[in-house]
Design a protein around this ligand. Sequence first.
Ligand SMILES: [Zn+2]
Length: 315
Amino acid sequence: MTDPHIRKRDGEHPQSRDLSYPPLPQALVVPVYDNHTHLEIADGEDPLDYRVQLDRASSVGVRGVVQVGGDLETSRWSAEMAAREPRMLAAVAIHPNEAPRYEAAGQLDAAIAEIDQLASRPRVRAVGETGLDFFRTDESGRGAQFRSFEAHIEIAKKHGLAMQIHDRDAHAEVISTLRRSGAPEKTVFHCFSGDADMARLCADNGWYLSFAGTVTFKNAGNLRDALEAIPRSQILIETDAPYLTPVPYRGRPNAPYLIPHTLRFMADHLGTDVGLLAAQISSNTELVYGSWDAEPVTQETGSPYDKAIDSSDLA
Ligand SMILES: [Zn+2]
């Protein structure tokens, strides 16, 4: 198996981007976790194998990742990989922008039923990313989004797993859905995109805010205000790789090894020590997802990709 990736990054005028991976940052002294990444999505002129990405991450103090699925194929892949790779835990879900597609094909219920099954697999510790996206999906797809989101909330609660929320241009509706359905105990706003008021509201509910490279972007004053507005006990950090690469490498391929840039930026903005913030975020992350070492990985040989690739005949 030469090409390990099951997805190519799409869109965004590749010719206008610098497609090379940024250099390794200075290593962190106190490690952190990347709680939201997509290692199956290939990006850049020379896409990095997931093992190389994890090796680079380890070398700069990024101890582990939560690998996140967004449809059946990537959710299966995430569960499969996490079962074999000690530095990886998995999250499984039908993404809010995928839900209308499954619904149109008459397959949404079957897809949700399979997510429910995947949620019981070893080292699957979260349901996500699920939620609402009114930016990419128009009115006609919203019924499917709500139905899928509500079903994922129930799956997370049934399995006692954390839930990772994708919220794009849908803050009020996401919050009202969580209140109506009852949020899972460990609820994470992945790539938090609200303001300080929303951040306070989330923190008051015990929900977690995960900050991505967007917090370093020049025009993201709302995210920096949000970061300042909440207790440190509610902060998580992520890359959402290969997207949202932090400054000074915005636009280039992202990977978990680049999280030190975001962490240092956050520590600087909060006027705190990088090691102290890392320790707090690591403990928050383990409270939400459990320990990366708590369940053993399976020691199978051969290429773990064969199955993932063979299963690409999906909805
Ligand atoms: Zn994501």
